[in-house]
Design a protein around this ligand. Structure first.
Ligand code: OAD
Length: 226
């Protein structure tokens, strides 16, 4: 049987594709904390501002290209069962060729209804504008998780972690729950790694820290697998 390898990825894996992380230098948008823009309260108060914030991120995603870390993970699928659990709202894993991706924080290239969360649409244009409506007549919002909202596919992500023989955590500060808690679900006898260039990176018990950029460390680690 093919062994399952789970990648838990965050903003750092897309940093070398030119997409900003949340908690490295910057992390602000027009002087606001991201948490104050990407929240249900902000949406309630000023939906145009929230839409503009995500429009800017969507443009950046459309201009970005997958890097060698995304590509190495996708190439591993030829040889192993791979599940990518990503906090990223970009589609760089898919564009690199990964087919089994769980977007626990949603997807910036999709919009969803504000009255019926099951109505999700792939966006044909770069923006969501006020007045763009779902088929039930309600305003569309980005299909992403705002701070304080429930995450997607958590049960599936937990199951993947529990069945993993190897787990590779790449480019996440492991500060945002419940996703950060997934690292504890991996079997104690699974090989477990954390990749980040940050010497202050959180490294959970049982995980080996590989300090470096995703573009160096991911291809190096995967080269001889399985
Ligand atoms: P963070 O910005 O919190 O963390 C980025 C991590 O990537 C840090 O550990 C960096 O050291 C690391 N990093 C930076 N450059 C890297 C590189 N070239 N290679 C590898 N690692 C690198 O981003 P996340 O942990 O993804 O949620 O943030 C989690 C969530 O917080 C996001 O999904 C978002 C945000 O609020 C929502 O929007 C709901």
């Amino acid at each position: 049987m093919k062994e399952t390898i789970v990648f838990l990825t965050g903003a750092g894996i897309s940093a070398e594709s030119g997409l900003q992380t949340f908690r490295d230098a910057g992390g602000l948008w027009h002087g606001h904390r991201v948490e104050d823009v990407a929240s249900p309260e902000a949406w309630e108060k000023d939906p145009s501002m929230v839409l503009a914030f995500y429009d800017a991120r969507r443009r950046a995603v459309r201009d970005a290209r997958p890097n060698v870390a995304h590509e190495a993970i996708a190439a591993l699928e030829e040889r192993c069962e791979v599940i990518v659990v990503t906090q990223n709202i970009d589609d760089l894993h898919e564009r690199a060729g990964s087919r089994n991706v769980l977007h626990v924080h949603g997807e910036i290239l999709k919009a969803r209804s504000t009255v019926d969360p099951s109505l999700v649409y792939r966006l044909a244009k770069a923006t969501i504008d006020m007045g763009d409506l779902c088929e039930k007549g309600s305003q569309l919002r980005p299909d992403v998780v705002f701070f304080g909202e429930g995450v997607y596919a958590l049960a599936e992500a937990r199951k993947a972690m529990r069945n993993a023989r190897r787990v590779v955590v790449v480019g996440t500060s492991l500060t945002v729950f419940p996703v950060a808690g997934l690292v504890k679900e991996a079997p104690f006898d699974a090989e477990r790694y954390v990749i980040s260039p940050d010497s202050h990176q959180q490294v959970p018990d049982g995980y080996m820290f590989l300090q470096g950029k995703a573009s160096d460390e991911v291809p190096r680690l995967l080269r001889d697998w399985p």
